[in-house]
Design a protein around this ligand. Structure first.
Ligand SMILES: Nc1ncnc2c1ncn2[C@@H]1O[C@H](COP(=O)(O)OP(=O)(O)OP(=O)(O)O)[C@@H](O)[C@H]1O
Ligand SMILES: O=P(O)(O)OC[C@H]1O[C@H](OP(=O)(O)OP(=O)(O)O)[C@H](O)[C@@H]1O
Ligand SMILES: [Mg+2]
Length: 284
């Protein structure tokens, strides 16, 4: 059986389980369950803290795991990304009180509070800055007003928490993160590779399906070249004759974020019955 780690709590937990369910795997119904066996797909799922997942996967105890790229980096465990999953996006940044301008060099000799001490320590060392890293478990944004640090290193999503606490981000982002499927470093091709590749391909199918939509439309054959320029598809579009002389039906995948723009352009060109539909999963 393949042994796979899934976040049991936090931001990544819900979307990770939903993506696995969409890919055809059994998922838990009870939020306290820690182990779940999917006998049909021969996978055993372990529901663990996302911070701990790189440790289990890096040790080789578990074959694959879903966690954040920032958490994997911070763990220092020997793991590598196998697949980016397209959810849980965030930026890891330094921030400090908004009443003055900051550079990373200004952190020298200061205290920097964070829940990601290795990530921050490594980044400071990379900049040649010596600062004291204060390890906290959460609510890091309040640590400055409570007097334990002069700056922080933390996850920024919408930026709302920084603004609420009158902090500004500064310096280059330390890390652009999202949820990733990880495996032990240099383990492609080892035990279970066939099953790891299968789970990866199924998740990849869902990731692609979420990034694309299927467009169908009818158009006069005389406009086909121009229409195909608008919807080239991944390989090339499917074109089929319609019962009505001189008309064709066209079907192509379009990036989800471009779909409305493409539909407008097709309608303007003279296409009719332009439909966009969701794709549940695919293999490209
Ligand atoms: N707005 C966000 N806040 C926190 N983490 C986020 C956010 N957006 C994405 N993430 C990602 O979620 C992961 C952190 O998940 P984790 O479960 O450790 O913390 P959490 O979601 O803040 O939950 P909690 O703090 O309640 O334990 C990181 O990979 C982080 O980049
Ligand atoms: O940019 P934003 O959209 O405001 O999100 C970022 C904030 O969300 C997370 O905190 P969380 O709510 O998980 O609390 P925690 O600090 O206790 O982990 C994170 O640690 C930041 O504080
Ligand atoms: Mg948190």
């Amino acid at each position: 059986m393949l042994r796979v780690a899934v976040p049991n709590k936090g931001t990544l937990s819900g979307p990770a389980s939903e993506m696995l369910a969409e890919a055809g795997y059994r998922q838990r119904h009870e939020a306290r369950d820690l182990i779940l066996i999917d006998p049909v797909n021969e996978v055993e799922f372990f529901f663990l803290r996302p911070k701990d997942i790189p440790i289990y996967v890096g040790s080789g105890e578990l074959d694959l795991g879903i966690t954040g790229r920032d958490l994997a980096l911070d763990s220092g465990a020997p793991v590598e990304d196998r697949l980016s999953l397209g959810f849980g996006g965030s930026t890891f940044r330094y921030a400090a009180p908004a009443d003055r301008e900051w550079t990373i060099g200004d952190l020298a000799g200061k205290r920097v509070a964070t829940s990601y001490p290795r990530l921050v320590q490594d980044d400071l060392a990379g900049h040649g800055v010596e600062a004291e890293v204060i390890r906290l478990d959460g609510a890091v944004e309040i640590s400055i007003q409570l007097g334990v640090a002069e700056a922080i290193g933390d996850v920024v999503g919408s930026g709302r928490t920084l603004r609420q606490n009158n902090l500004v981000a500064f310096g280059e982002p330390i890390c652009q993160s999202e949820a990733v499927l990880i495996q032990r470093a240099a383990s492609t091709g080892s035990d279970n590779e066939k099953w790891k590749a299968q789970l990866t391909a199924r998740l990849q199918g869902v990731v692609f399906a979420q990034q694309y939509m299927m467009i169908d439309y009818d158009c006069p054959r005389s406009l086909l070249d121009a229409a195909v320029d608008l919807t080239p598809g991944l390989e090339s579009p499917t074109v089929a004759p319609l019962a009505e002389e001189g008309w064709v039906a066209v079907r192509a995948m379009v990036a989800r974020k471009e779909v409305n723009h493409t539909m407008d352009a097709l309608a303007e060109l003279g296409a009719k019955a332009v439909l966009a539909s969701d794709i549940r999963s695919c293999r490209l």
